[in-house]
Design a protein around this ligand. Structure first.
Ligand SMILES: [Zn+2]
Length: 286
């Protein structure tokens, strides 16, 4: 009955008129605006009830409420997810990193830990503080991991670590790296994780750097180096609440062809990142 009553009044144009009394340049009062909003809803409901004559208005109202609630809930979930990510971007597991910060000194072998995101074995051998390779400037936040290649085929992790330290005598350049991964998969840490290294230009201030050794001129990592790098990067990502998208190349910062092979072979770089992500995905199953 209700619908029958309304139909003719709409046909006469009452509903339409309400919606179209809009004079350009004339501002509507709040009351008018409210009226108009209610008018729109009535208009939509009328349209729908004409299209589905079997459905009662109550159900249309309920459907509208349900859709509104769903939209609001999904918006809330999206926002809280983002917020959580922002808060978790710093040290998800700070206890894992404490041993690699400056509070402890001297050469030390840190044994490997179990699990796909466990720490790999690391030889901690910090270079002596000096303005050319260890400035001791504080690294306040970590937003990414930057991968490099040493560009010196056949050189070992030890060679590269010592090269960085020797810059305090040669003054040849300013350069260093938090980690160097060697040809046998050995990992040497040169800089504590709460100090910046000189490796990634404008991203020195918010990234951890990893230099990788390679046997040939093409810069391709051998299996031992590759596997150790994947483990190290996954462990760092897990510790800092990052994911594989936050692992970048020196190339992505400055356009430098570093790490050469993984700049010239984009598919190899994508695969490397995927392998890191695989470790991160497997951490909960372990
Ligand atoms: Zn580099």
């Amino acid at each position: 009955m209700k619908q029958k009553k309304r139909k003719p009044s709409y046909k006469k144009g009452r509903g339409r008129k309400k919606l179209s009394i809009r004079k350009p340049g004339v501002r509507k009062t709040g009351r008018q605006r409210k009226k108009r909003k209610a008018g729109i809803w009535k208009h939509i409901r009328r349209k729908w009830s004409r299209r589905f004559p079997g459905i009662e208005n109550v159900w249309l109202d309920r459907a509208a409420i349900l859709i509104t609630v769903m939209v609001l809930v999904s918006a809330a979930l999206l926002i809280t997810g983002r917020v959580r990510r922002v808060f978790s971007s710093q040290a998800a597991h700070p206890e894992q990193l404490s041993s690699l910060k400056s509070d402890s000194d001297g050469v030390e072998i840190l044994p490997a830990q179990d699990g796909p995101c466990g720490r790999p074995e690391i030889e901690k051998d910090y270079i002596e503080p000096n303005p050319y390779s260890r400035s001791q400037i504080e690294l306040k936040k970590v937003k990414g991991i930057v991968i490099h290649y040493v560009a010196n085929p056949g050189s070992t992790a030890r060679d590269n670590r010592d090269y960085f330290e020797n810059l305090m005598n040669t003054h040849a350049t300013k350069a260093s790296s938090h980690f160097v991964v060697g040809l046998k998969g050995e990992i040497i840490q040169c800089i504590p994780l709460d100090e910046i290294s000189y490796a990634s230009n404008q991203r020195n201030k918010d990234t951890i750097s990893i230099e990788c050794c390679h046997p040939g001129k093409d810069g391709k990592f051998n299996k031992a180096t590759y596997d150790a790098l994947v483990r190290l990067a996954a462990w760092l990502c897990d510790s800092y609440g990052l994911d594989s998208a936050d692992v970048i190349r020196h190339y992505d910062v400055t356009g430098k062809l570093c790490p050469l092979y993984y700049v010239e072979n984009e598919d190899a770089w994508v695969r490397l990142r995927k392998n890191i992500q695989k470790n991160l995905d497997n951490r909960n199953n372990h």
